[in-house]
Design a protein around this ligand. Structure first.
Ligand code: IVH
Length: 682
């Protein structure tokens, strides 16, 4: 066998295996980018060695055969795939091919986001949803109609006065990213394996035998292309999308018709910057020749149209080497395993560490030091290890067996214990030095006392040098001793003029933290189950620390959002002698112990507000807080139900969507006025 032939066969086997895992098992072993690279290599070899081409090669296939669990349905027109371009040169080459195919004419292009979801074809007969079918192998798919009928936003009937005999609409069903994260966290807490990504979760939800199960999942759809049409036709793609929108079908607002290559490129760059704005994940932009006549002239290959191309962004999943698994001990003593990775660039940031959540998750994933692992980062989510690439596992790693949770704390040597029925393990030493470090860092963090100059590094120096033994000690720090401490010594003069030192910055930060309202102190104390919102409600309900710390469980439980379990946790915290002594010292240090009772009235009750872009006077959290203080709700995506979009500088596509749906918008000044007066500017 020749060398290229051997490689071609190897690639075909490997690609088939990945296709099976992806399409049939909904459980891919490699990130999309790795798969694309294998197909790219195969296509390249087949092009260079036409004698090796084979009609059965996976390079000609789209999707995978339908699963026997659902009735097979033949598509009236095949559901095609798309060719990919990975850089500007590849995109330019496609533009050149298109222009050559159209004998020099330069067409207009409609650009859309490439939604990372599950492809579905909807058939509307006389305006009624008759059938919903998965792509399958592109010719035959699976009938998932009862499940798709449960998806909100997919109309059972088109809003058309004279619906055509047949209109087939294709698009992607997706699992919204926010809901996906919440669902995965809940699965994790219940000891179930996490889904690898939203697309797999959507595929899993769609392929349920019981539609009631699908109905409980917050699936949504974006329509992007056409299938068979009878009694209706469209001049171009933009007109087709506009008709879908009028018919109440979900169409992405982030769609633009571009007159030339430069405009297409600008759309690609803009969408890259706003990659995480939509509720779904996207992996690129699809560029389509708009005019249907030109589309027909360009035609298609066996797997993809020649008139469209997917420009793919670099992957947000990557493979890298897992060097070690270590554990951290948090401020509650909770032990969290994490992966030490060969640093790798994912979604624009270099990742060297990634969480493994807890012992069960780490064991389920079964990633071992020496494994190549898949690392993922979605939006602002903490990077995580999805799992090992078993095909790349060295035999000595296989022999070494699975990772096990250490039995002793790496920071203090005390036993690590896991209570029955709990997913988490704990260091049993209440004075564990790492617990203390994490408590100090948390106390000083932005959501708590917000002490400028007291981050992780400084906290570590203070604790290691013995200057600090607990959080109350922060307020006893002595300037002279701080100045004499290695690592804290004088720093360069600040830019604003007056020479100052790191120590003075720190002391100023500590001093101003004394003015933080009670709710910040409560958050800083790290009371179990008392997060920011509840801390604020509790602080408002009791008014002072004195009243709160002496309240009985019943009174605590009566605060809205508390309930008996949280009330017990708060009560226990203050009843504990060590905590009581710590709180006494904080009070003696002069910390503020009341809250702003400045009652803001519920002027925004019932409002749903979306924030986009930056503001000068508010951080995103502050703006959100201001809305919530007035009884409103802040959500991340714009819909018909949104009451208002606050548009800051450099806004995302949410502003466009608001304009499209006719949702009112205000700028920062208008927002400030709204907060003050409860009224929108005229
Ligand atoms: S058009 C005939 N537009 O990506 C052209 N596809 O990797 C059909 N996809 O098979 C596809 N977003 O399932 C088109 N805006 C978009 C898309 C999109 C996601 C999917 C689609 C396609 C696959 C190819």
């Amino acid at each position: 066998m020749t060398e290229p032939q051997a490689r071609v066969e190897e690639l075909r086997d490997e690609i088939e295996r990945h296709r099976y895992r992806y399409f049939v098992l909904d459980d891919p072993e490699v990130p999309d980018a790795t798969f694309d690279a294998l197909v790219g290599e195969l296509l390249e070899l087949e092009r260079a060695h036409p004698e090796l081409d084979d009609p059965d090669s996976p390079s000609h296939k789209v999707g995978a055969p339908p699963s026997p669990a659902f009735a097979p349905v033949d598509h009236r027109l095949p559901m095609l795939s798309l060719d990919n371009a990975f850089d500007e040169a590849e995109l330019d080459a496609w533009f050149d091919r298109v222009e050559r195919g159209l004998e020099g004419a330069s067409p207009s292009y409609t650009c859309e986001l490439k939604v990372d979801g599950v492809a579905i074809s909807l058939s509307y007969e006389r305006g009624r949803l008759a059938r919903a079918v998965t792509r399958g192998d592109g010719r035959t798919g699976e009938d998932v109609t009862p499940n798709v009928r449960t998806i909100e936003g997919i109309p059972g009937r088109l809003a058309m006065r004279e619906p055509p005999a047949l209109l087939e609409v294709r698009g992607e069903v997706y699992y919204p990213v926010d809901a996906f994260e919440r669902m995965n966290t809940a699965r994790e807490e219940a000891g179930e394996p996490r889904f690898a990504n939203p697309r797999n979760a959507a595929a899993g939800a769609l392929r349920q035998k019981d539609p009631r199960v699908t109905a409980r999942r917050p699936l949504a759809m974006v329509c992007h292309s056409s299938g068979a049409e009878e009694g209706i036709t469209f001049a171009g793609h933009a007109a087709f999308l506009a008709a879908l929108r009028d018919a109440d079908l979900p169409v992405a607002p982030e769609t633009r018709t571009c007159a030339d290559r430069d405009e297409v490129w600008a759309f690609i760059e803009h969408s890259r910057e706003h990659r995480h704005d939509p509720a779904y994940e996207l992996d690129g932009v699809v560029v389509k020749v708009d005019d249907r006549g030109q589309q027909r002239r360009l035609g298609r290959t066996s797997r993809a149209p020649r008139w469209a191309i997917a420009f793919k962004y670099p992957p947000e999943e990557r493979q890298t080497l897992l060097h070690a698994i270590q554990v951290n001990v948090g401020r509650t003593g909770k032990v969290t395993p994490f992966a030490v990775l060969e640093p790798v660039l994912v979604a624009g940031s270099t990742i060297g560490l990634a969480t493994l959540h807890n012992e069960d998750q780490a064991r389920l994933k079964d990633a071992r030091p020496g494994d190549t692992v898949i690392v993922r980062k979605a939006g602002d989510v903490i990077p995580e290890v999805i799992g090992p690439v078993l095909a790349k596992r060295p035999w000595e790693v296989q022999d070494a067996g699975p990772w096990t949770m250490p039995t002793a704390c790496p920071f203090c040597g005390s036993p690590i214990e896991r209570l029955d029925g709990e997913a988490a393990s704990y260091c049993t030493n209440i004075d564990c030095p790492n617990r203390l470090l994490e408590s100090v860092e948390h106390f000083a963090s932005r959501g708590a006392m917000d002490i400028e100059g007291l981050g992780y590094e400084t906290a570590k120096i203070l604790l290691d040098s013995g200057l600090l033994n607990d959080v109350a000690g922060i307020y006893d720090l002595d300037r002279a001793r701080l100045l004499a401490t290695p690592g804290l010594g004088p720093k360069e003069p600040s830019k604003k003029g007056a020479p100052t030192t790191r120590v003075d910055n720190l002391l100023a930060g500590i001093e101003s933290s004394k003015k933080q309202p009670l709710e910040r102190l409560l958050v800083g104390l790290g009371i179990r189950m008392l997060g920011g919102t509840l801390a604020r409600d509790v602080a408002r309900a009791f008014g002072t620390l004195e009243a709160l710390r002496h309240a009985d469980e019943e009174t605590l439980a009566a605060v809205s959002g508390m309930g008996p379990t949280r009330a017990q946790a708060v009560h226990r915290f203050f009843a504990n002698e060590r905590n009581a002594a710590l709180v006494d010292r904080l009070v003696a240090a002069g910390l503020r112990t009341d809250t702003d009772r400045a009652e803001v009235s519920a002027t925004l009750a019932g409002w749903t507000v979306v924030l986009t872009g930056g503001m000068d006077g508010f951080t995103r959290d502050e703006a959100k807080q201001a809305v919530e203080d007035r009884g409103g709700k802040v959500t991340s995506s714009v819909s018909k139900k949104t009451s208002l979009v606050v548009v800051g500088t450099d806004p995302g596509t949410k502003a466009d969507k608001a304009a499209e749906l006719g949702v009112p918008q205000v700028d920062e000044d208008g927002f400030v006025r709204l907060l003050k007066t409860g009224e929108l500017p005229a």
